[in-house]
Design a protein. Structure first.
Length: 143
């Protein structure tokens, strides 16, 4: 059951879209590890693989928000922190409960739902702000 990035998730900023596509690739690697019944060590490796990239991606978005004086940087960052905390909890659960439990799959699916909702609402709003800021800057530079 692959979770695909689709055009409906495009925020219109290529750099952010490309990073989101990579996150989906890494979520699929995690889901594959769970579905194939891999052991806890392998599943945790797949989670770390996802985590490393999301940390980089969140830092990149937060850098763009700071650079462009985005007024809702704080709430957006809080959403990122929530995702990071949920990933930590998932790792803890796998360590204590193993990977065979259905709730591990459910928690992973909850991460995907979070990601889709976050992209559709929060990241699209950020991308609209970035596009208008960059357009205004480009206009100023040509006038
Ligand atoms: Fe974000
Ligand atoms: Fe994002």
């Amino acid at each position: 059951m692959a979770v695909e990035w689709g055009e409906y998730l495009s925020v219109g900023v290529a750099r952010i879209d490309d990073q989101h596509k990579e996150i989906f690739r890494r979520i699929n690697a995690l889901m594959d590890a769970i579905n194939e019944g891999d052991g806890a060590t392998q599943v945790i490796e797949a989670i770390k693989f996802l985590e490393n990239y999301t940390v980089t991606h969140f830092a990149d978005e937060e850098g763009l928000m700071a650079e462009t004086c985005y007024s809702v940087l704080g709430p957006h960052r809080k959403e990122h922190e929530k995702f990071c905390m949920d990933v930590q909890l998932l790792k803890q659960r796998i360590t204590t409960e193993g990977t065979t439990k259905m709730n591990i799959l459910k928690t992973s699916q909850a991460l995907i739902s979070w990601l889709v909702q976050h992209i559709l609402a929060t990241d699209k709003a950020l991308a609209a702000h970035l596009s208008s800021t960059w357009n205004n800057k480009a206009e100023e530079e040509t006038t």
